[in-house]
Design a protein around this ligand. Structure first.
Ligand code: SF4
Length: 344
């Protein structure tokens, strides 16, 4: 896909983030091996189209949160390109990046940790406006109160004066959403935005996010460990495992024809509300392996119920799933040269 494609707001190419591991001087001197590093994200590629909700899902430790931070350049990539509206922000200077930041925002998982406990809610929401615009204090207050009303913090004049500890969990998350949107960004990275909210308000928060997306022409990168939540809001989805994207496609294609055994396992593990038709299965045995020393070949092979010899030797690439457009998977048995080894 070309950088000139105006339907694409974000294009991520070869995105990699390795964190070096601190070793003391003696260990470094004695070690003949290459310095160890955590391979948090390893060569991830995807596009986010304007106006869509692109989901990134996977277990904890899959690298999805790191990808979200890289897309906003809250952390610098080790390698790769992040093209936002035609500009490669991976190579922007800090000053140019500061200008760009008004066009992209993040909603963090923990609203309590992401709001300054000593700042009034209204001042916290308006902080970005103060940084990114020349608005006077009066204009800023008007903008903030309008946004607070919009997200349901009403009456805004009352909530403006409150402090984070005086709000419920759901109200705090509404404040975090208002803070993200008050600068009118184009891209919002929502990192598990409802995971810490009470079950009773999760659907309301998702509905609010969908309404805001339509009203403000937003594009979301929606990060979640929960495929049931992703099903509710995402248009397309990428599944991550141990720093790699293992499947990507339209939500309906991925959910009805999962083409990677890990996606299949994640979908099987989604709880079913009706106890009569309860069939969820636990995820495959074992923890997600250590990203310092990932398994050879396919990183999923130690847990994969279908693994064959070649899986531990050769790494599968993301390839189109037969008979579909835009649905890709990285599995020797479903998309690669070794399909003939798949069990009949
Ligand atoms: Fe399983 Fe092999 Fe496919 Fe990896 S390549 S998901 S180990 S069958």
């Amino acid at each position: 896909m070309s950088d000139q494609n105006h339907d694409v707001l974000v294009q991520v190419k070869g995105l990699t983030k390795h964190y070096p591991i601190q070793q003391d001087f003696i260990s470094r001197l004695l070690s003949a091996e290459e310095a160890k590093k955590v391979r948090a994200v390893d060569g991830v590629e995807f596009d986010i189209r304007r106006g869509e909700v692109f989901g990134l899902a996977g277990e904890s430790g899959s690298g999805k949160t790191t990808v979200g931070r890289l897309v906003l350049r809250l952390t610098d990539p080790t390698e790769g390109d992040i093209i936002f509206d035609g500009v490669n922000i991976a190579r922007l200077s800090n000053e140019d990046m500061r200008q760009m930041r008004a066009r992209m925002q993040i909603i963090f998982q923990d609203p309590f940790a992401s709001l300054n406990p000593r700042m009034r809610i209204g001042d916290g929401i308006g902080h970005g406006v103060k940084i990114h615009s020349d608005a006077t204090a009066t204009e800023r207050r008007t903008v903030v109160e309008t946004m607070m009303e919009y997200v349901g913090l009403t009456p805004a004049k009352l909530y403006y004066e409150k402090y984070p500890h005086q709000l419920s969990g759901g109200q705090r998350q509404r404040a975090v959403i208002a803070r993200a949107l008050v600068t009118r960004p184009e891209l919002v990275v929502a990192d598990e935005p409802i995971a810490m909210a009470d079950v009773s308000v999760r659907a309301l928060l998702l509905e609010l996010m969908i309404r805001l997306k339509e009203d403000f022409n937003l594009t979301y990168l929606f990060i979640t460990h929960d495929l049931a939540t992703a099903k509710y809001i995402c248009d397309r989805i990428g599944i991550m495992y141990l720093g790699k994207l293992v499947e990507v496609g339209d939500l309906r294609d991925v959910y009805t024809h999962p083409s990677h055994p890990y996606t299949d396992a994640l979908l099987e593990a989604v709880p079913v509300p009706d106890p009569e038709s309860r069939h969820e299965k636990p995820l495959p045995k074992g923890e997600i392996p250590n990203p310092i020393d990932p398994p050879s070949g396919c990183r999923f092979h130690p847990r994969c119920p279908l693994a064959v010899d070649v899986c531990s030797e050769i790494e599968p690439e993301l390839r189109p799933v037969e008979g579909s457009t835009g649905h890709l998977a990285a599995c020797h048995l479903t998309t690669g040269d070794y399909r003939h080894l798949a069990p009949k």
